[in-house]
Design a protein around this ligand. Structure first.
Ligand code: SAH
Length: 372
């Protein structure tokens, strides 16, 4: 029978996904984007799924499927990779009159030997913020190698034969080694596949994109770059903070905070940043925030300089916290801020409160609700 194509309204409704691999990842990404309350039943998870569980966006039963797991669900997904288990899930769903879908991943069609890699910047998290060219590359992909900060919602619309490879590097958690990622890109391309390397923000802003490009070039694999909307600019913007403003700021600097001031491996001139009048945007600086703020003040920035911290930018859980350099460490601790977050220092922060129209009502509420 031909299936009937329907769009389900699942917002706030319980959905059970059985399985924790790439196939489950793609379904969960779409379900979370649709606002479903997802319960994952799986003994093991890919890193990106693990990060959704750790962030409290998905519930998990860390074991194999058992009859009864579908109780209370409106919809179920059987994506274990084991046809026998999927069949049990389907049978239970039938018995309980719960709609369900199989993981419909199919082998790739015969490929022309025209493999290559496209490094795509996916933007800060909202699937609508990928570029047209990036979306086109995804539409044509055979394999998508994805990071956990890339917009997960884009995975749900991939064609059934597309293989999804989770290459997440979780902060202080599981991570696929960069060498392994490079090898994968090259191996898939050499096998004639069109590979999209889907990254968060822009591939060349603290994204190790150049290393991947060099690995492909060294292996003789054709590689193309599709720039993305970087979180360094877009995440503040979605919170109503412009990184520049006429008459106020003629510069903005984007800094990685992954190593604190004073660390021998730091390449940042913190003293120069302390003397700067303009905007400082810090990425990967949740744990190091207090020490960075201290260094900026020590080198001349006023302790009362306003700071905005934007957590989970461009997602339904976006939060905006307002503080000052002097108060930053305490705010981070008190609000239990976890990555991903961008924080912005400078007078431009005081302009927030009139969120941009493009940000939409959801973001506007977050910015207003949490300001001051
Ligand atoms: N290439 C990416 C940045 C990679 S570094 C880009 O151009 O955006 C990862 C850091 O980016 C995170 O630690 C966080 O500081 C920031 N980041 C990325 N996505 C974010 C988001 N949706 N909300 C808040 N910060 C984000």
């Amino acid at each position: 029978m031909t299936p009937y194509p329907a769009e389900l309204q699942l917002s706030g409704r319980r959905v059970v996904v059985v399985g924790g691999s790439g196939a489950a990842h793609r379904h969960v990404a779409g379900l979370v984007a649709a606002g479903a309350r997802v319960t994952l039943v799986a003994p093991a998870l890919t890193p990106a799924l693990e990060s959704l569980v750790a962030a409290g966006r998905v519930d998990r039963r860390p074991r194999r499927y058992a009859t009864g797991d579908l109780d209370g669900a409106w919809f179920a997904v059987a994506a274990t990779g084991d046809p026998a288990v999927d069949a049990v899930v389907a049978r239970d769903a039938e018995a309980a009159r719960i709609h369900y879908t199989w993981d419909e991943t199919r082998p790739a069609p015969d490929l022309p030997s025209s493999g290559g890699v496209v490094l795509v910047g996916g933007g800060p998290g909202d699937p609508g913020l990928i570029t047209v060219r990036g979306q086109r590359a995804l539409d044509e992909a055979d394999v998508v190698v994805v990071d956990h900060l890339a917009p997960q919602g884009l995975l749900s619309s991939l064609a059934p034969h597309v293989e999804v490879v989770d290459a997440s590097k979780l902060p202080r958690g599981r991570a696929m080694a960069q060498e392994r990622i490079n090898e994968l890109l090259v191996a898939h391309a050499r096998a004639g596949r069109r590979v999209v390397r889907l990254k968060g923000g822009d591939p060349f802003v603290f994204g190790r994109g150049m290393e991947e490009l060099e690995a492909c070039t060294a292996a003789g694999v054709p590689v193309e770059v599709v720039p993305g909307v970087t979180s360094a600019v877009a995440v503040p913007a979605l919170a109503g903070v412009p990184v520049t403003h006429r008459g106020l700021t003629h510069e903005f600097v984007v800094v990685s905070g992954h190593v604190p001031p004073g660390d021998p491996s730091s390449l940042v001139d913190w003293a120069a940043l302390g003397r700067l009048r303009g905007t400082v945007v810090v990425l990967m600086g949740v744990d190091t925030a207090a020490r960075i703020a201290e260094a900026l003040v020590e080198h001349g920035r006023a302790p009362a300089t306003p700071v905005a911290v934007v957590v989970d930018g461009a997602s339904p859980t976006q939060r905006v916290l307002r503080t000052t350099l002097a108060g930053l460490g305490a705010t981070m601790a008190h609000e239990a801020v976890r990555p991903p977050a961008v924080w912005v220092v400078g007078d431009v922060v005081d302009l927030a409160g009139t969120p941009s129209p493009a940000a939409g009502p959801r973001v506007a509420e977050a910015a207003v609700g949490n300001s001051r």
